[in-house]
Ligand binder design. Structure first.
Ligand SMILES: [Fe+2]
Length: 594
């Protein structure tokens, strides 16, 4: 049998692109509103009564003598990274540098949240998640299962696409077969182990049916049981540090929601030796001071890299009876991240849409001021517009600018937006910031730098507009493109350097595809072992397998589209180029859990 493959190898999402930012913001607002008025989880629960109410079999692997399973989070961004991880996860057995054995593919894979970027649409799920997973492995006679948690990006369409993909039992993501009916799950493992996957709906709450669901499974727990808790966010990092709690309250709520579930487990006498989450796109492990409990962030499934250097050295969970956890291993290293931070000055230029948008704002602002000045009778001077007046170079530009601005409401509002907008941006994106004051000051200084540069560019190039003022906008546009983009890079760099601000943006605008990771587990009667598998370098080129035939790929907008035919038992449709570029390694020695 022959199968046809038509795929586009997507570029990573450009996180500073205005179109993407606006779309994501609108989707996020819609999702928040939707969640407030109609919680899709409750609808799902009403349509699909859980195991206590129906003859649906519980998800159970309890009869297996040994079990392999995988955990991936934050997949579905650019092709290179997602496909590379999918290839590794899909291999029947994996030879990993540093491992004491060949690691067998999991009987099931958990997708830990943010399965797709930037927003949850049918197209993005298809092209950024399903296609790379489908091309990475042929369908098996005994397909492995997949269980997925929705992250905030999956929630952006109110879970419509997520439900279609993961809550219908016949659906497949490559060879992985969907096997859940809710957006959360409890999986029974052999040897008294469980996995609980929790859906916290955009950091807001845990719905009543979900609470009932987990209460039902809490009743099954005994004192010898151990639970792996999977959450879409590492609340221990973002909400568990005392200093952080004072800065941002919402994450505390996320963690308090989890505390309720953790209490159910603790009351049954069971233990939670491992909490694992994605959302932060790196690997980080915190170990309890009892040297038994682990908190692991493993969000390297495909999305852009997050830095590790702002992570706190120790965290204290309110649900672990005062136990502190110390940071043991991070990947990539903090030192590497600090070096990479400097590259924002170069890599920000990859965000063409952002640079053009900033340039357009500079030119638009000049145009608004010029138009506003023409409406004034006697100022800046009789029968002179602002450009004409500037061309005389007879006065400090600030004085006439301030008069024009104060006479035009629109010019005034635009001026305020240019200064205050960056301050709001700084406040909203202060996740790991060590100060709540500096994000405001830094943002205002950032905005002021743009404002005064725009004014002085008008002053400098006003004579270019002597024939028609629109000609004067040309140098303002191009120099605005340069200065505006440079100021953004400088702001992100300094904010991160001085007060750990914008940890995400200083890296997301670089769209780093390297340092991917996922977790492979091996459970036997002797215990649970976690193999943290990393890929320091992701291949940047792929060639079709020799038996995959078709026309040369079409290249549109930097993305290759292939239309191929291949035997349907072909495992990988694309191989790394050069061969051998896919080199997994253990991030740290295997970890015994529990
Ligand atoms: Fe994510």
């Amino acid at each position: 049998m022959v199968k046809r493959i038509k795929v586009t190898q997507k570029k990573p999402v450009s996180w500073l692109a205005p179109k993407g930012l606006v779309q994501t913001a609108i989707k996020a607002m819609q999702a928040a509103l939707f969640g407030a008025y109609a919680d899709r989880r409750e609808t799902i629960a009403a349509l699909s009564p859980h195991e206590t109410d129906s003859d649906t079999k519980p998800i159970s692997y309890a009869n297996e003598r040994e079990l392999w399973f995988d955990y991936i989070a934050d997949t579905g961004d650019g092709w290179d990274a997602t496909y590379a991880v999918a290839c590794l996860v899909g291999e029947d057995t994996l030879d990993v540098a540093g491992a004491d054995r060949r690691l067998k593919r999991g009987a099931f894979t958990i997708l830990g949240g943010d399965e797709v970027y930037p927003t949850a649409t049918r197209e993005d799920y298809q092209e950024r998640l399903i296609d790379p997973f489908w091309c990475a492995h042929a369908t098996d006679d005994e397909p492995p299962k997949v269980y997925a948690l929705p992250g905030n990006h999956d929630w952006y369409d109110g879970l419509t696409s997520f439900m279609r993909l993961f809550l219908q039992l016949d659906r497949k993501i490559g060879p992985w077969q969907a096997h859940q009916r809710r957006t959360y799950f409890a999986i029974e493992l052999p040897h008294n182990w469980w996995i609980w996957g929790v859906d916290v709906q955009l950091e807001s709450d845990i719905d009543a049916p979900q609470v009932e669901y987990f209460k039902h499974y809490a009743d099954k727990l005994t004192r010898s049981d151990r639970v792996i808790l999977c959450t879409p966010e590492p609340s221990w990092v973002e909400g568990a540090d005392d200093k952080y709690r004072k800065l941002k309250n919402i994450k505390i709520k996320t963690h308090e929601n989890l505390v309720f579930l953790e209490d159910l487990i603790h009351k049954a006498g069971a233990k939670i030796p491992l909490r694992i989450a994605g959302d932060l796109h790196h690997y980080a492990r915190y170990e309890g001071r009892d040297r038994k409990d682990q908190l692991i962030t493993c969000g390297g499934g495909g999305a852009f890299l997050h830095s590790t250097h702002p992570l706190p050295d120790s965290v204290n969970l309110i649900s672990t009876f005062g136990q502190w956890f110390d940071k043991k291993v991070v990947s990539p290293s903090a030192a590497w991240c600090k070096q990479q931070r400097k590259k924002v000055f170069l890599r920000i230029w990859d965000n063409h849409g952002f640079a053009l948008a900033v340039a357009a704002i500079y030119a638009f602002y000049a145009w608004v001021l010029e138009a506003a000045s023409e409406g004034l009778v006697d100022y800046p001077a009789p029968h002179l517009s602002l450009f004409d007046y500037f061309a005389q170079k007879s006065d400090c530009p600030i004085v006439p600018w301030s008069r024009v601005t104060s006479h035009s409401l629109f010019a005034l509002l635009l001026t305020l937006a240019i200064v205050i907008g960056p301050a709001v941006y700084g406040i909203k994106m202060k996740r790991f910031a060590t100060s709540s004051t500096w994000p405001v000051i830094g943002g205002l200084l950032h905005g002021a730098a743009h404002l005064f540069t725009a004014i002085y560019l008008m002053w400098l190039f006003s004579s270019w507009g002597s024939y028609h003022f629109l000609f004067g906008l040309v140098p303002i546009f191009f120099l605005g493109l340069f200065f505006g983009t440079f100021y953004m890079a400088l702001y992100l760099y300094l904010a991160n350097l001085l007060y750990d601000g914008h940890d995400e943006e200083v890296f997301s605008c670089q769209a780093i595809t390297d340092y991917k990771c996922f977790a492979r587990f091996h459970l036997t009667r002797k215990g649970l072992t976690l193999y943290p598998i990393g890929l320091a370098t992701v291949p940047k080129a792929w060639r079709p397998a020799e038996v995959a035939l078709g026309l040369p790929p079409q290249k549109i907008g930097g993305e290759l589209t292939y239309d191929l035919s291949a035997p349907d038992n072909l495992k990988r449709i694309f191989e790394p180029d050069p061969p051998g570029a896919l080199q997994p390694r253990l991030i740290e020695p295997p970890i015994k859990i529990g």
